[in-house]
Write a protein that binds this ligand. Structure first.
Ligand SMILES: C[S@@+](CC[C@H](N)C(=O)[O-])C[C@H]1O[C@@H](n2cnc3c(N)ncnc32)[C@H](O)[C@@H]1O
Length: 266
């Protein structure tokens, strides 16, 4: 029997979760600049070429690529984030949609990027095959996912939220579903992509005060599920309890997270 979640994609579920607090998520996305700044210089894209960012969120990476003269297209499940991306990158083209069903022709883009989005697809392997389909032959493809749970202090926060979440439906991976090296590498190879570089990247996340930290962490997809299930007060308390070890002397927070990246050739 066909699994309807896989056949339809996860966008109808994920979009409202990630899009519930769009401005707070956009502020969090700014903290992901170290990921873009470390990985993007490793990617060889022809000057002025076309770049598709799948799961583009509020458009923070798209803004960076557009500022360098690339023609930018973004797609995301969250309509509210796509609205912000359009404001942030007026020259970009933005779509609400599912990364597993990309509304673009075959062999279309000079580069395709996916920063922390493929792990949320109903079928990440199918999403990678879609990415390969719309990339020009031999075009660079960048896939970034969360790093190893034991190397990321974000794990403490996700673990702290676990009692406030409903049990996941069978077959649905969590945010760290693709973190282990062999899982992503195997899916990439099966999608017909050829990995040319890969590694783990430390991702420091800094928050000046408790309110900024809370707003950022209440705006994630997993927090949105916890809020629906258990209410915002319980989620705030759980986040603050889990993050207590990461409080700085000045009353802010610093989380040492990790990303895994693979640069591949389509
Ligand atoms: C962790 S955020 C990453 C956002 C941004 N790329 C970044 O670098 O921070 C995950 C993003 O993937 C999007 N997403 C999740 N599932 C999706 C799907 N099935 N199709 C399209 N976008 C999806 C979410 O709406 C959200 O914007």
């Amino acid at each position: 029997m066909t699994d309807m979640r896989t056949a339809e994609g996860s966008a109808p579920v994920q979009g409202p979760l990630w899009g519930a607090r769009p401005r707070d998520w956009a502020a969090q996305e700014e903290r992901h600049h170290s990921i873009y700044d470390n990985i993007w210089p490793l990617v060889d894209v022809p000057a002025g070429g076309s770049v598709l960012d799948v799961g583009c969120g509020a458009g923070t990476f798209c803004r960076l690529a557009a500022a360098q003269g690339y023609q930018v297209t973004g797609i995301d499940a969250a309509a509210s984030l796509i609205d912000l991306a359009g404001e942030l990158v007026p020259d970009g083209e933005f779509h609400v949609g599912d990364l597993q069903f990309l509304p673009f022709a075959d062999d279309h883009f000079d580069c395709v990027t996916a920063f922390n989005s493929v792990q949320f697809a109903a079928d990440p392997g199918a999403a990678l095959a879609e990415i390969k389909r719309v990339a020009r032959p031999a075009a660079p493809v960048v896939i970034v996912v969360w790093g190893r749970p034991e190397h990321s202090e974000l794990t403490a926060i996700v673990t702290g939220l676990a009692p406030l979440l409903p049990p996941p439906p069978p077959g649905v991976g969590g945010p760290a579903a693709l973190a282990e090296e062999h899982v992503l590498d195997t899916l990439i190879e099966r999608a017909g992509l050829r990995a040319t570089a890969s590694g783990y990247l430390p991702v420091p996340l800094d928050y000046p005060d408790q309110e900024a930290f809370l707003l950022a962490n209440l705006s994630t997809g997993v927090a949105a599920v916890a809020i629906r299930t258990s209410g915002e007060d319980a989620v705030r308390d759980a986040i603050l309890r889990a993050a207590a070890p990461f409080r700085t002397a000045s009353g802010g927070y610093r989380i040492e997270a990790e990303s895994r990246y693979v640069i591949a050739s389509a």
